[in-house]
Design a binder for this molecule. Structure first.
Ligand SMILES: Cc1cc2nc3c(=O)[nH]c(=O)nc-3n(C[C@H](O)[C@H](O)[C@H](O)COP(=O)(O)OP(=O)(O)OC[C@H]3O[C@@H](n4cnc5c(N)ncnc54)[C@H](O)[C@@H]3O)c2cc1C
Length: 432
């Protein structure tokens, strides 16, 4: 037995863990007991936890073939490994979340989105087929257009165990990003700037969601893959330079409260405003700024933290976001990492994104922040939004079930015999 948690370190659950190295290991586990597959543990909450049996897939990490940007790899391969192997040859993931430390299986199961969702959609865009082990231990190759494929993208491991998949990478001419950053002073201006940047391949904003003078101030970062002619003379086209990770030796939970938090947010915005403009930055700092800080999840102290991430439809997004930000400021709490992205249209019956905006925020785990998040649930639902299961650790069942797709997903799982075989702490909490 092992004490496990997601990235937020809440909740912590004692689980029996079995590590799979081969397809036969997975089959034996599936036939032995109800289980949930686990990738690299970067989902924030309890999606990859099951006390009876949690199947660690990180041992299935072989890349099988690669030709002209088309990669076949096992589910435990990390996006970071794919980048290390193929960026020097001019290929980069088509869609990537804000950390490269996710497994291919985890990226598929959560149908992750990146800073380019408004143009390229979610991870499913680049997946050709998946080999999935079902409840009776048989393997099905499911591809674009199949119902099983659709449910598996965003199905959070609850349709079966992903063994391997074929994905397409993106051709790039350098490993650098041309970044343009803009400092903005209100939510309205931020939304207008996003709408004006719909042709930018990548866009993301940090926005100040705590009370104080810089409430609503944001930094919008637009980006595109650099061409050789964009680079200063002293840079080579492909430079993977592996900056060392700065370790976080102990928690600093007092930084995430009250005046300290307001000061950090305000200083951060002022510093970034000074740096606003065009710059050529390396791929790692642009896509994965947090990966440079090893174990930053320990900063919140021993109780960990909870992320709240919602998506709001385009027509209600600004009003909904304003209400959410006001509720946070009024509660005297705040988030040091509040990330806003523009989402484009989305297919798939159970994936998280919808055309509009998504806001993600981290809060320390305590009674006050849990109560605040219940208030944010209500606001999100009133604006016809939805919640990201990959970040969730605490949503009440009634909130999850308010999404009409949840009942369809649960019915499909029951009918296919998946419900009795694939189960997680999250799926039971939410009635999936
Ligand atoms: C710093 C940070 C930034 C992030 N930014 C983003 C972002 O920008 N966009 C975004 O969409 N997400 C983001 N995430 C969330 C992350 O991308 C997802 O939670 C992803 O699923 C994690 O992958 P993992 O391999 O760690 O999977 P885990 O956390 O181990 O598992 C996540 C889910 O995938 C399932 N799963 C894993 N492997 C398999 C398998 N082989 N077969 C079946 N199911 C499987 C699990 O059952 C679970 O439901 C971020 C997370 C962090 C820590």
């Amino acid at each position: 037995m092992k004490m496990l948690s997601g990235w937020g370190r809440f909740p912590k659950v004692e689980c029996r863990v079995v590590r799979a190295r081969t397809q036969e290991d997975v089959r034996q586990a599936v036939l032995e007991a109800p289980l949930i597959a686990r990738g690299n543990g970067r989902a924030y909450g309890d999606a990859a936890l099951n006390p009876g049996l949690t199947l660690d897939m990180t041992g299935m990490d072989r890349m099988r073939s690669f030709e002209n940007g088309v990669l076949v790899a096992e589910a435990g391969v990390l996006l970071g490994d794919i980048i290390q192997a193929f960026l020097p040859r001019g290929w980069f993931p088509m869609v990537t979340p804000g950390t490269k430390l996710v497994s291919l299986g985890g990226a598929i199961a959560a149908d992750v989105h990146g800073k380019n969702h408004h143009i390229d959609g979610s991870f499913r865009t680049c997946v050709d087929w998946i080999d999935l082990m079902g409840p009776d231990g048989t393997v099905t190759r499911t591809k674009q257009g199949d119902a099983l494929f659709d449910w598996t993208l965003g199905g959070m491991g609850l349709t079966g165990v992903i063994l391997r998949a074929q994905i397409r990478l993106r051709r790039v001419e350098t490993s650098w990003i041309v970044q343009e950053s803009v400092a903005l002073t209100s939510l309205t201006d931020t939304i207008a700037a996003f709408e004006g940047a719909m042709d930018a391949p990548y866009s993301v904003a940090w926005i100040n969601c705590s009370a104080g003078k810089t409430h609503g101030h944001s930094i919008l970062l637009k980006g595109r893959h650099a061409l050789p002619q964009d680079l200063p003379m002293d840079r080579t086209e492909f430079d993977l330079g592996r900056p060392g990770k700065t370790p976080v030796p102990f928690g600093l939970p007092f930084l995430f409260k009250g005046a300290a938090l307001r000061t950090i947010n305000s200083i951060y915005w002022r510093l970034q405003r000074r740096k606003a403009g065009r710059a050529v930055v390396d791929w790692d700092s642009y896509f994965y700024p947090l990966d440079g800080l090893a174990n930053w999840n320990k900063l919140y102290g021993r109780h960990g933290f909870v992320q709240f991430q919602c998506a709001l439809p385009k027509d209600t997004a600004e009003a909904g976001l304003a209400e959410i930000m006001e509720a946070i400021a009024a509660s005297g709490q705040g988030s040091v990492l509040s990330v806003l992205k523009r989402l484009g249209s989305q297919s798939g019956p159970f994936s998280f994104p919808m055309e509009g905006y998504t806001l993600a925020m981290d809060f320390p785990t305590n009674k006050r922040s849990l109560a605040l998040m219940e208030r944010l649930d209500t606001i999100t639902m009133a604006h016809k939004g939805r919640f990201y299961l990959a970040k969730d650790a605490r949503m009440p069942k009634a909130v999850a079930q308010a999404d009409p797709r949840a009942a369809d997903f649960a019915a499909m799982r029951k009918q296919a015999g998946m419900a009795e075989r694939f189960t997680s702490v999250q799926s039971r909490r939410l009635g999936l």
